[in-house]
Design a protein around this ligand. Structure first.
Ligand SMILES: Cc1cc2nc3c(=O)[nH]c(=O)nc-3n(C[C@H](O)[C@H](O)[C@H](O)COP(=O)(O)O)c2cc1C
Length: 282
């Protein structure tokens, strides 16, 4: 499986960016991102749709942030597995964009009515009522294909950053839990090989809504399989779709193993509303 960017340094360079120049992405760069989106080396079957769309330079689509011209929507059905796959697939594209020196930010809380105006996609206007106070696609599982998350795509504008964002970007957003805090069973730590630790280290650096880092790592098959899932019964007080974040983290773990020369197999199944990823090496 060929990943056309340096895995570790790209993951470590990515930051959620909430201030953009109002300038389109250069033609050859956006063409490269579009081409990659059409031929991504995803290691499982999926129906995630990726749509590029333009936005007006207003603060309507993203709360408190002016939209840059270029943006991407990640669309899927809304069961736990499909949205988790949207996280995995979307993150690979976000990392590719990062490797092309573009800035991004996962947004689950975008203004649905504005997105529908810019990029008509709803099956019925009634679906606008399913959004959470007007944000996002639905409070829970719903009918048909929806926009799971969107991201701006563009160039950083430092002067546009509000004081609050500067503080968030410097402090909260970069903090990550240690691997040992993320293990379902902390006693497993001493059995982990360097390659598994490398993959988990990239996994823990994944972005998550509110930086909640709700993923937990377990092991099967004598430590040849890593599982990535949220704890049973997990609920976030502001983010309704944490299975998306679990898919993002699984993408990082998979990339970490690829980076160490493995060709892992990747499976995802549902257990009581949770997407459970299994990433295996032999
Ligand atoms: C699925 C998902 C949804 C997110 N939704 C939003 C959002 O609606 N608004 C926002 O400002 N940031 C959002 N974020 C960005 C997170 O706040 C950010 O990833 C986290 O604080 C970690 O910071 P980092 O991405 O710079 O490492 C989202 C992230 C993920 C993964």
């Amino acid at each position: 499986m060929l990943i056309p960017f340096p895995i570790k340094s790209t993951i470590e360079a990515r930051r959620s960016t909430r201030s953009y120049q109002i300038q389109p992405v250069e033609h050859d760069v956006i063409d490269a991102v579009k081409s990659f989106s059409e031929a991504m080396p995803i290691p499982f079957d999926h129906n995630v749709e990726i749509r590029f769309f333009h936005a007006d330079p207003t603060k309507t689509l993203y709360p408190l942030m002016k939209s840059p011209p270029d943006n991407i929507a990640f669309m899927a059905e809304t069961d736990s597995i499909s949205i988790s796959k949207a996280g995995f697939v979307g993150e690979l594209l976000i990392l590719y964009a990062q490797s092309k020196s573009l800035y991004t930010c996962w947004y689950g809380h975008y203004k649905l009515i504005e997105l529908e105006r810019l990029m008509p996609h709803l099956q019925s206007p009634d679906q606008l009522k399913e959004a959470n106070k007007g944000f996002g696609y639905s409070k829970g599982e719903t009918a048909g294909v929806q926009v799971i998350c969107i991201t701006p795509l563009g160039y950083y504008e430092e002067r546009g950053l509000r004081l609050m964002d500067r503080i968030t970007e410097k402090t909260i957003s970069h903090k990550r839990k240690e691997i040992i805090e993320l293990l379902e069973n902390p006693d497993s730590f001493s059995y982990l090989s360097d390659d598994i630790l490398y993959a988990l280290d990239l996994g823990r650096k994944a972005p998550s809504a509110g930086n909640a880092q709700m993923w937990r790592f377990g092991f099967k098959d004598f430590f040849n399989t890593i599982t990535v899932a949220m704890p049973p019964g997990y609920q976030h007080f502001k983010w309704e779709h944490p299975n998306v974040d679990i898919g993002i983290c699984a993408c990082h773990v998979w990339l970490g193993l690829l980076d160490r020369g493995w060709q892992p197999t990747v499976k995802v199944s549902e257990e009581a509303g949770r997407a459970v990823w299994e990433i295996s090496i032999e």
